[in-house]
Each structure stands twice: as structure tokens, then as C-alpha cells.
Design a protein around this ligand. Structure first.
Ligand SMILES: [Zn+2]
Length: 457
């Protein structure tokens, strides 16, 4: 039987308007007028709640298999569902084995079986020396590839230099798959850190950590990546942009039509360096969170379309690894846990800056879906797309408590945050998976396999 989901505020590609979404066999078959509910359809009236496309988060560290005590498919996908996210793309480095060859991808697929509450896809890894494995990984269905230009923190995931990047991009050319890059160069980070250590800097201070991750590391890395995007005509995506000083370079690259896309994350838009207490290592991430003035420039770039999307970079660890008792930024594990909180955090920030709710559809659904090769299937409320829907109350005011965090470890810099807007219900392919704070039904999440446009190389 068809289902009809109606609201006075439905976000379709045409904008926010009253509509009825018709769902048949997991997909949207039509978007009709508010009053046009077909007789015989199972009817759900959401009143004035906003129906958003199920969000797509293309930057998540699920950590399973191998580090499931950090995070796993079960808890990560529940946190996603509670936050209106219906598709996750998993990063290749925190799992064991790292997703740098097909064998590792198969191990991950097995690990995910029966545990995913939402759909997911996998990024493959580009590390020193695995250029030959990329074509097979591409054929096996990864959404694209991720690399680091600086220490990743994971021994089995080696950072790459320009020569490695050239080998990888040469092999990826023509596949249509993007290369995602952690854009900080190792040189400026190591030099800054060495200087701080020589003068005996106090590593409990946030300002010390921030000084160890200078803007120049990001700016220089992005300049290199822009040159390579031009030379290889291969899409390159900058993950988690923090430094607004790289924006003019990116704007110039866009003017030249280079295939460069950019994301930033809720923590760079929500938090500012001035607000981070010394020793509060739950705020540690790389690149580091910068000053309020930088944050406002990131918002402006998002508003004017230079930054394409917002992803969480949800990257949790066991609380002991944050070494909160010691509070030293150089010894704590880096990564911020935020899965499930991005929509209200971004929406709260948008309201402070007078931005319209409609923008969420591009930033947090359509653009990341495009990056992962899921356009038409995910990230839109339009006929033919999977019926993935987030039901959102944009006016709900609430304060984040540990009970609101559905990921494995209840440690996050968002604890205590006062947010506006809350996900009431989440639907995955035509069935609710989250309703009124509870997960319902079964784990129906499926891997979304991407096939390369043509052979690599
Ligand atoms: Zn990450």
C-alpha cells in the first residue's frame, strides 16, 4: 500500500511549501499538493513540522571493525537516525584493518551486517604505497578515497606527500571518484610544534594547541591540492576546512572552474577558540578550532556557496584517551563526537545569522550526496529518490544532556549546549526508524555501492 506523508512545510528542490509525499516500495513516487492525498494510501499528517530530506553525512568515523570499543555501526547509526541522518559515509582509517584494499572492505561489510540503522557507504584510503590497490577498491564500490597530508594518528594509515598524491591521482583519473584530503601539511605543523616544545610551552593551554596547527598548514596544503586538481582534472574535496585564510585561494580555483569542493563542520561554525577552556580536550580536533572572527568568515563562505557542505567529522574515542585529568592537548586523542547534533547546532547558528532553513537541504543532504555519488537516490525529496525523511521541529528549544547522545561514549563539547530545533522522527526508505526518542523496527540499513564512471587510469 502507498503511504502519504503530509506537512505544511516540505523541503523539496522547489523550496519549502505545503505538500504530500507519496511513498511506494521504499521510494518517493510523487510529490503532490497538500490537499491531494490519494484515497487508500496510509496517511501520516505531520502538521506544521518540517519534512526535510534525510540528511547525508559524508564524514563519519565508525571505527568498526577493530575499534568497536571507540564506536560501532550499531551506536553510530542510531546516533545518526536520532539526528535525521539517513546515510553515513565511513572514513577508512579508524577501523582495523584500514580500508586500503578490497580485503579490508569485505571485512567491513561483514562487520556492518545486521547492525546499521541507516544506510551507509565506505570511503577507501589512499596511503603511502597503495596506489596499485585503488582501481580494485574503486571497482568494489567505494564512494571515493581519503588521504592525509599530515600524521593521521593511526599507524596503519600513513600520510602522503606530493609524489604519492601524483601516483594516486594518476590511477584515479577518469574514474569520476573524488579524492578527499585532510588538508594540513606536515611541515608547518611539525615546525610549529617543535618551536613550542623548545620554549617549554604549556600544553594545558588551548592557545598552545592552536599555535601548533597554524593556518599556513591548511593554506599551503590547499594550494598544493588546487594545483593537482588542475593538473589531473580529477575531483578533489577538502574535508573539514577550519582556516578562513584558505578561502581566497578556493574562490580563485572556483573561478577557474577547477573540480574542487569543500566542507566544514559544525564545531568550526559553533565553537570559537576564545570559548575553549584550557585542558578541555573534548574540544580537540584537527585542524584546530580557530577564533570567532575566523568562524564568522566560514559562515559567510557557507552562505555565499564557496563552502559546499557541512559534515560532522564525528570521531569519538574512549573517554580515557582524552586524558581529561591531565588536560594536555598534545597527549589527548583528537576528534569531536557530534553525530546526531549537527542539524540543531547548524540551525541554531543559522537563526543567529538570519539564514533560511531551506539552505539545510543543499548543505547537509544534496551536496554530500553528490560527493558520494548518490545524487537522485539520496539527499532530496523528489520522485525516484529513496523515501528518507527527517521530521524536524525547528522551534523546539532544548539543552544537550548525556541522555540525548546516542553514540557509544557520552563525551562531547556539545553537552550543555542550548539548541533550537529537534528531530522528531526519521524515516529510512519508507519506514520510520526513529520516533519520539526511540528506535523502532529493525536494522534495515544497507550499503550504498558506487560504481566508477569508467575504468581508472
Ligand atoms: Zn575525519
Amino acid at each position: 500500500m502507498a503511504k502519504a506523508l503530509r506537512s505544511t512545510r516540505v523541503l523539496t528542490p522547489a523550496g519549502l511549501a505545503p505538500a504530500t509525499i507519496i511513498v511506494e516500495r521504499e521510494r518517493i513516487s510523487a510529490v503532490r499538493g497538500w490537499n491531494d492525498v490519494p484515497p487508500g494510501a496510509e496517511f501520516f499528517d505531520f502538521g506544521d513540522s518540517v519534512l526535510l530530506p534525510g540528511l547525508v553525512d559524508s564524514h563519519v568515523h565508525i571505527n568498526e571493525p577493530g575499534r568497536t570499543e571507540w564506536e560501532g555501526f550499531q551506536t553510530a547509526t542510531q546516533a545518526a537516525a536520532a539526528g535525521g541522518v539517513t546515510t553515513l559515509v565511513d572514513m577508512p582509517l579508524n577501523c582495523v584493518p584500514e580500508t586500503i584494499d578490497v580485503r579490508a572492505l569485505e571485512v567491513k561489510r561483514k562487520a556492518a551486517q545486521g547492525k546499521a540503522w541507516v544506510d551507509w557507504a565506505a570511503w577507501g584510503g589512499v596511503v603511502r604505497g597503495n596506489a596499485e590497490a585503488l582501481e580494485q577498491l574503486a571497482r568494489a564500490g567505494v564512494a571515493g578515497f581519503k588521504c592525509f597530508l599530515v600524521h593521521s594518528g593511526i599507524d596503519g594509515f600513513a600520510w602522503v606527500d606530493e609524489a604519492d598524491l601524483r601516483a594516486a591521482l594518476g590511477n584515479l583519473r577518469g574514474s569520476g571518484l573524488p579524492l578527499l584530503a585532510h588538508a594540513e601539511l606536515v611541515g608547518p605543523v611539525d615546525i610549529a610544534t617543535g618551536k613550542l616544545n623548545r620554549v617549554g610551552a604549556d600544553w594545558r593551554k588551548y592557545s598552545t594547541y592552536l599555535a601548533s596547527r597554524p593556518d599556513s598548514a591548511e593554506v599551503d596544503a590547499i594550494a598544493l591540492l588546487i594545483r593537482l586538481a588542475e593538473e589531473f582534472s580529477t575531483p578533489i574535496h577538502i574535508v573539514h576546512l577550519s582556516s578562513a585564510r584558505a578561502l581566497p585561494l578556493l574562490a580563485e580555483a572556483r573561478r577557474h572552474g577547477l573540480p574542487i569542493t569543500v566542507e566544514t563542520c559544525p564545531h568550526y561554525l559553533w565553537i570559537a577558540a576564545e570559548e575553549i577552556p584550557d585542558g578541555a580536550t573534548e574540544y580537540k580536533c584537527a585542524p584546530a578550532i580557530r577564533q570567532a572572527e575566523n568562524r564568522e568568515r566560514l559562515w559567510k563562505a557557507l552562505e555565499n556557496g564557496l563552502i559546499d557542505m557541512v559534515t560532522t567529522d564525528h570521531s569519538p574515542c574512549p573517554p580515557a584517551m582524552k586524558r581529561r585529568d591531565e588536560g594536555r592537548w598534545d597527549r589527548a586523542w583528537g576528534g569531536i563526537a557530534s553525530l546526531g547534533l549537527a542539524l540543531p547546532a547548524i540551525w541554531t547558528g543559522m537563526q543567529k545569522r538570519g539564514l533560511k532553513l531551506e539552505r539545510i537541504g543543499e548543505w547537509m543532504a544534496a551536496a554530500p550526496a553528490r560527493l558520494a555519488g548518490l545524487t537522485g537516490r539520496k539527499g532530496t525529496l523528489a520522485p525516484g529518490a529513496d523515501a528518507d525523511i527527517a521530521v524536524f521541529d525547528p522551534d523546539a528549544a532544548w539543552t544537550v544532556t548525556p541522555a540525548d547522545l546516542h553514540f557509544r561514549h557520552k563525551l562531547s563539547p556539545y553537552l550543555g549546549a542550548e539548541l533550537r530545533g529537534r528531530v522528531i522522527e526519521t524515516w529510512l526508505r519508507g519506514e520510520p526508524v526513529f520516533r519520539a526518542g526511540k528506535f523502532i523496527g529493525e536494522t534495515r540499513g544497507r550499503e550504498q555501492v558506487r560504481l566508477p564512471e569508467r575504468a581508472c587510469g
